[in-house]
Write a protein that binds this ligand. Structure first.
Ligand SMILES: [Zn+2]
Ligand SMILES: [Zn+2]
Length: 558
């Protein structure tokens, strides 16, 4: 083991001791040892234990630990700390601008254990509520995490959208005569993107040269017709170079899931044998209606197309109301009035304001007296903005035992209640199910918010039995939220078809914490399209009149 590794180990040990709140003198001595060893020019492995103990900044205790590392290749004390530290906390040490002290606060007080959760907390303004975290610190942490996550090679769909459009503009400018088509995960509107794929008739060497000029790093590929490269900001791209005669066939073959394509070729033969003037030629040759790329996931969709029974899926412009939104009464950044006026101006017919409930103290959750005050404000605005309507709601925390956050008389004052889990997210399935089912069975619950609590690319969410949750929602007339925040997209779209079959109603909700947040609804629609969600099964597509009837039916449950 060389000096650098030993020094790094001590440095990490010192940080972990600080994070775990150990005696600062102890941790400082390890940090100091790391600093001294860094400057040492003689390899430690050539020194005797006696010589090591005599080095500047090293005493007997640390000396012994140096010898231990030279002899065993490990530092037992460090391993002990590592084993009791979640990996996400270790990731935080790699983020510029947060030292061990801040990490300790983030972990122990905010109960955050991963970078994704931390990023989400920054977006929700939660850090500023803690000592040592000003607005500027929060902003810097946010930027540093975004940078770090970008370099991990996986991206949310929403993170790549602008990049893709700018990149395609350049591509078009560079090769104006040759057709190129975006395919793969992005074309299929997947929520997480590993790589961006294009089919092009441009020659491989021309693509390679162009990408190099744009500062991409070319990667080895076994197929000479595949040009694979990574951008300076860590985005992987692959160009599938095709002959003009095979352009559309390649597009088709790169725009469906594996199961879809397998079933297709089994039923309709080799796509490469079809003469194409466009992608639709392939569908025409098979004698079926074209299937949008986003829906080319399952075998069932092929059968539906065969029977001419493709569902008319929801479109982004078919959202009539903003359901699930936060104002600065809790942790949103706009006032209630600003939110309402903006929703009205954007053409929505209604806005459901669902600020956090009192258990969400970190989000400035509402105590009953503030609920009353907010309701008066809503009534005032409703007079002013009619026929636009603001509905009184609350995003009630589902408490540990599954109960909602207020007594019945307070719950009864809302037009509807969205019930969500925000605390003690780490729980086994049995506990999660008990909590959720109890909340779903509560007659005041109208919508189950972000059913699993997942944060894409950062937190998997608590385990649930999706089928049982869907059944319970149907039985209790509770709507299942498709939380449209691009980091949530929860319920997972893969469950939507089943939910619809069982008679559930979905609601695509932006969970907007600002006016800009309304736009997130679109990401929910994009994944809902993958699931074939018909507009009639989406609550936020209900007209104001239909939404009022929905609320009247909900009132009867109480
Ligand atoms: Zn929530
Ligand atoms: Zn919310």
């Amino acid at each position: 083991m060389n000096n650098d590794t030993i020094s790094d180990n001590f440095s990490l040990l010192a940080k972990l001791m600080d994070i775990h709140g150990e005696n600062p003198f102890k941790s400082k001595s390890y940090a100091n040892a790391a600093f001294q060893l860094d400057k040492l020019t003689v390899p430690l492995s050539t020194l005797s234990p006696h010589q090591i103990n005599g080095l500047r900044g090293i005493g007997e205790t640390i000396g012994t630990k140096i010898v231990e590392q030279i002899e065993t290749g490990e530092l037992k004390l460090l391993n002990e700390y590592l084993s009791k530290t979640p990996p996400g906390i270790l990731d935080m040490l790699r983020i510029k601008g947060i030292g061990p002290k801040k990490i300790a606060t983030i972990w122990k007080e905010l109960e955050i254990e991963s970078l994704g959760e931390l990023l989400y907390a920054c977006n929700e303004n939660r850090l500023t509520l803690y000592k040592g975290f000003g607005e500027k610190t929060q902003h810097n942490i946010k930027e540093a995490i975004e940078f770090f996550l970008q370099h991990q090679g996986l991206f949310l769909y929403a993170q790549l959208e602008v990049w893709v459009s700018l990149f395609e503009q350049q591509l078009q400018k560079q090769f104006p005569q040759q057709p190129t088509q975006l395919v793969g995960e992005f074309r299929r509107q997947q929520e997480i993107i590993h790589q961006l794929d294009w089919v092009t008739t441009v020659k491989p060497d021309q693509i390679a040269t162009w990408l190099t000029l744009l500062n991409f790093t070319l990667q080895n590929s076994e197929n000479p017709n595949h040009i694979q490269a990574v951008s300076a900001d860590g985005i992987s791209v692959i160009f599938h170079c095709a002959l003009p005669d095979h352009f559309y066939q390649k597009i088709f073959l790169l725009s469906g899931s594996e199961i879809f394509l397998h079933y297709w070729q089994e039923n309709f033969g080799n796509v490469m044998d079809i003469a194409c003037k466009d992608e639709n030629s392939i569908f025409t040759a098979a004698g079926i209606h074209p299937i949008p790329a986003a829906q080319r996931e399952s075998v069932a969709i092929i059968e539906q197309a065969r029977e001419n029974a493709l569902p008319a899926v929801i479109q982004p412009n078919q959202i009539k109301g903003i359901i699930h939104s936060h104002s600065n009464w809790s942790d949103g950044s706009n006032t209630l009035e600003e939110m309402a006026i903006a929703a009205h101006e954007k053409g929505y017919e209604y806005l459901v304001i669902s600020d956090h409930s009192r258990a969400a103290f970190y989000a400035n959750g509402l105590h009953p007296d503030r609920i009353l005050a907010q309701h008066r404000e809503i009534e005032r605005l409703n007079k002013q903005l009619a026929p636009f309507v603001i509905f009184k709601s609350i995003e009630s925390d589902i408490l540990n035992d599954g109960s909602l956050d207020y007594p019945k008389d307070v719950l009864a004052s809302f037009d509807l209640v969205i019930a969500s889990v925000h605390s003690n997210l780490k729980m086994p399935q049995e506990k999660a199910m008990n909590r959720l089912i109890t909340a779903i069975e509560n007659p005041y619950t109208s919508i189950l918010g972000h059913p699993t609590g997942r944060l894409l690319l950062s937190r998997s969410g608590y385990p649930i039995d999706h089928e049982k949750i869907i059944d319970a929602c149907v039985a209790n007339q509770v709507v299942i939220e498709l939380n449209a925040h691009p980091r949530r997209l929860d319920i997972d779209w893969r469950w939507i078809e089943k939910a619809i079959d069982k008679g559930a109603l979905i609601s695509i909700n932006p969970d907007a914490h600002s006016i800009e947040g309304f736009a997130d609804t679109r990401y929910g629609v994009l994944v809902a399209q993958k699931a074939g969600l018909p507009v009639a099964k989406n609550l936020s597509s209900f007209s104001l009149a239909a939404f009022n009837s929905f609320l009247a039916a909900q009132q009867k449950k109480r």
